[in-house]
Design a protein around this ligand. Sequence first.
Ligand SMILES: C[S@@+](CC[C@H](N)C(=O)[O-])C[C@H]1O[C@@H](n2cnc3c(N)ncnc32)[C@H](O)[C@@H]1O
Length: 201
Amino acid sequence: MILNRLEYAVVNNPVRATMQRHWVAKRLLRMGGPVPGGTVLEIGCGRGIGVEIILDLFEAKHVDAFDLDARMISRAQNRLRHRAKQVRLWNGDVTAIEANKDQYDAVFDFGVVHHVPDWRLALSEVYHVLKPGGRFYAEEGLKKLITHWLVRRLTVHPQEDRFTHEQFCAAMEAMGFDVIDSKEMPGGFGWYVAEKPAVVS
Ligand SMILES: C[S@@+](CC[C@H](N)C(=O)[O-])C[C@H]1O[C@@H](n2cnc3c(N)ncnc32)[C@H](O)[C@@H]1O
């Protein structure tokens, strides 16, 4: 789903960038470690702060990234133009990822899957494009946040079939992921690192 005006402004805000860099990313790094020299995908990349984090903090060599909203991709292209050799950006949908099976060392999701009506399909697409042994790093919005009356009033999110922390972990496990670490945060956020097993049994 495309963000409404308020959430678009909140996401494209220095406060969000500071929190993403100094709080969320550092915590995900402690949970799952870096991806040195890796080829990484970011889903729903927004204006490109996550791509910078993946290159600089997680030590990836190359990042592919896409977003459903063409305005976000324009912003990301502008922001990342001096790093064009390391980055490929496109307008795309996480429920139909334009990539090969087993292509990426890691996939990052900074607050995207809860925007997708068929969130299990999004997770299965992530699983498909990860290499065996590859890791999925996610910051997500949980059911209690997304269905809160104030959030419903101010933003636009799918309301049917939203996930709790336990349901998100269970869905990843059911898909074949090993959940390496997870943390439910106050306020209805969850942080996750899951691995596609190196040898699929
Ligand atoms: C809450 S914003 C987060 C943006 C960015 N990752 C960040 O952390 O600042 C959610 C993003 O997901 C994108 N999005 C929503 N549905 C999507 C889909 N089906 N496929 C790809 N991106 C999607 C939105 O356009 C938006 O940029």
